[in-house]
Design a protein around this ligand. Structure first.
Ligand code: GRF
Length: 188
């Protein structure tokens, strides 16, 4: 049995998609969600779905081993960042070396780094008149969006597309691919 922890800061639509993808899988379980934002909608989603959700603060995350202890207490073997906005500290990177992945809503190395999250990314893609965007799944290292790339999928950006239209296309790619890629990594 593989036990996953998902880290999220926002709406949690990817968390719900993971839940639906794995709910009938007896080898892979979403065991816990950690959320750094007490106002995030993901907390309500978890309550509805019956997934334990723990709200964490900066001190626990950056100045203690508490998070690692929580993860170990749930026997977590793999971490998925699903819209998680805090930089991951060294202790967590070491404890889950190559067992922690992130999804970025663009084709890295373009449109990554600090401040490049959510709609900021899609707005930048439209402003730069890109002809394509997409998703990047990558391992997590000590810098935002710089870990080794595992998988990318593309979608076209048309000249008249708004950032919201680009966001919708990218979300579709996330829902279609992200759980599948994690499943593939767990089987390797
Ligand atoms: C997604 O677009 C993901 O790529 C990015 O943050 C967003 C999270 O959306 N890292 P949600 O909270 O899963 O709805």
């Amino acid at each position: 049995m593989n036990k996953l922890a998902l880290l999220a800061s926002g709406s949690g639509s990817n968390v719900e998609n993971f839940y639906n993808y794995f709910k009938n899988n007896h080898d892979i379980e979403i065991s816990i969600v950690l959320c750094n934002n007490p106002k995030a909608f993901v907390i309500e989603r978890c309550r509805r779905l019956g997934i334990p959700c723990v709200v964490i603060n900066r001190t626990q995350f950056y100045n203690s081993d508490e998070i690692i202890e929580v993860l170990k207490s749930y026997s977590i073997d793999f971490i998925v960042l699903a819209g998680f906005l805090w930089l991951i500290p060294d202790n967590l990177i070491k404890a889950y070396n190559r067992k922690m992945v992130n999804i970025h809503p663009a084709l890295l190395p373009k449109f990554g780094g600090k401040g490049m999250y959510g709609d900021n990314v899609h707005k930048a893609v439209v402003e730069h008149k890109e002809v394509k965007s997409g998703i990047t799944v990558h391992y997590v290292n000590e810098n935002f969006d710089e870990g080794e790339i595992i998988f990318q999928a593309e979608c076209p950006v048309l000249p008249d597309d708004t950032y919201a239209e680009v966001a919708a296309k990218v979300h579709e790619l996330e829902y279609a691919w992200f759980p599948r890629i994690v499943e593939r990594l767990l089987k390797e």
